[in-house]
Design a binder for this molecule. Sequence first.
Ligand SMILES: [Fe+2]
Ligand SMILES: [Fe+2]
Length: 134
Amino acid sequence: MQTIEILEKTFDSESNDIALYLAMSRRAEEEGHSEIAAYLLNVAMDEARHAAEFATLLGKIKDTRTNLVMMLAKEIKAESDKAEAAKIAQAEGHDNAFEFFEKALLDETRHKTGIKKVLSKLGKELNQSNDKQS
Ligand SMILES: [Fe+2]
Ligand SMILES: [Fe+2]
């Protein structure tokens, strides 16, 4: 297997592990195992750092403006995907999934709005520094 392919697979598997460890940490907390919950949360953060490093090695991370533009497109897609998923889950009677798609949809909308705000702030900062240079 080529290195890039291995890096992609490792990135995917580390990313999956973040979610699993976070959910398992939450479960441990619910079961009253606070110390185990804290440990699992710690491991989740390690996996997040690993995933971030693999993302960087794969060239997925660019300059901040490019990163924000890319993620804005992803958040817009996530927002409409969640809306569609909520409809399907509701029609099929998956009430828990429906409720969570609706809740997560609000988060995606918040992410979209937040990224738009920082992009506009960054645009102004870039314009100011260009003005100073010219
Ligand atoms: Fe890892
Ligand atoms: Fe998001």
